[in-house]
Design a protein around this ligand. Structure first.
Ligand SMILES: Nc1ncnc2c1ncn2[C@@H]1O[C@H](COP(=O)(O)OP(=O)(O)OP(=O)(O)O)[C@@H](O)[C@H]1O
Ligand SMILES: [Mg+2]
Length: 244
């Protein structure tokens, strides 16, 4: 073993299977009065299709920022992100938007459902963006899978936190994305509902036919243990990786 197992990982695995997402010397900083505020620094990471990866780290470590960079929602200020070996930065905004619409799903701590839409309409959205004519039927099926068929017409404000997150999970899975990003999906829930949501997430993932990649940010070590790889992020740097 070398002193930097993360760097070794990147070079070794790139020769094995093709990587889905690769971060190369990724950095993100924002302008400040004197010197820039560095949020992510010199980060190397290689993620393969079908992997389940958890990112653990203290508040302010840069976990949400890293997720936004990996998902192409934000642009790194240093280094680059490769999507299936292609630099994300060389894709134009239309191509990036297409990747996000077709291949990426999100679950957030704060659910982020659209308040004016019913539960069913929220789940239909990703399919409607893709122009899927069976959006309503498939969304109904996914609402049933998360146990909320009876609440299809209800708006988010009429649902409990756990129920809203189940709708958000259905919305994330409905388009069968290649990569599912989850940023503290149980962070706003009590222990019981947190467990229910986590169980649901892993159960649905296990039952998807394709190799869906899961990238999960959490404070919860028990939840992280359900992933094959656990990365520790501190002050914008990956400081450790363990396999379960
Ligand atoms: N646009 C920005 N401008 C200034 N500072 C920012 C910006 N975005 C993020 N930060 C700072 O970067 C650091 C990392 O933020 P980030 O939200 O990624 O942390 P986190 O690990 O997700 O924390 P938490 O566990 O609390 O969600 C924080 O100190 C935050 O204040
Ligand atoms: Mg965060």
């Amino acid at each position: 073993m070398t002193s930097n197992p993360l760097a070794t990982n990147v070079s070794e695995s790139s020769t094995e299977t093709a990587s889905l997402l690769q971060a190369k010397n990724l950095g993100y900083s924002v302008a400040q009065d004197e010197s820039p505020l560095v949020i992510i620094r010199n980060l190397n990471l290689n993620i393969h299709s079908g992997e389940q990866l958890a990112i653990l780290g203290p508040s302010g470590a840069g976990k949400s920022t890293l997720l936004a960079l990996l998902a192409g929602l934000d642009t790194p200020t240093e280094g680059e992100l490769l999507w299936r070996g292609k630099p994300f930065s060389t894709l134009d905004e239309d191509a990036r938007a297409a990747i996000r619409a077709q291949e990426v799903g999100f679950i957030f701590q704060s659910f982020q459902l659209l308040p004016e839409l019913s539960a069913l309409e929220n789940v239909m959205l990703p399919l409607e963006l893709k122009g899927d004519p069976k959006a309503k039927q498939q969304a109904s099926e996914w609402l049933a899978k998360v146990g909320l068929s009876q609440r299809a017409k209800h708006r988010p404000s009429q649902l409990s936190g756990g129920e809203q997150q189940r709708v958000a999970i259905a919305r994330a899975f409905v388009a069968q994305p290649q990569v599912l990003f989850a940023d503290e999906p149980t962070g706003n829930l009590d222990e019981e509902n947190g467990h229910k949501v986590a169980d649901l997430l892993f159960e649905l993932k296990a039952n998807t036919a394709q190799a869906m990649t899961l990238i999960l940010v959490t404070h919860d070590r028990q939840l992280a243990q359900r992933c094959q790889r656990i990365l520790q992020l501190e002050a914008g740097q990956l400081v450790a990786e363990t396999s379960t």
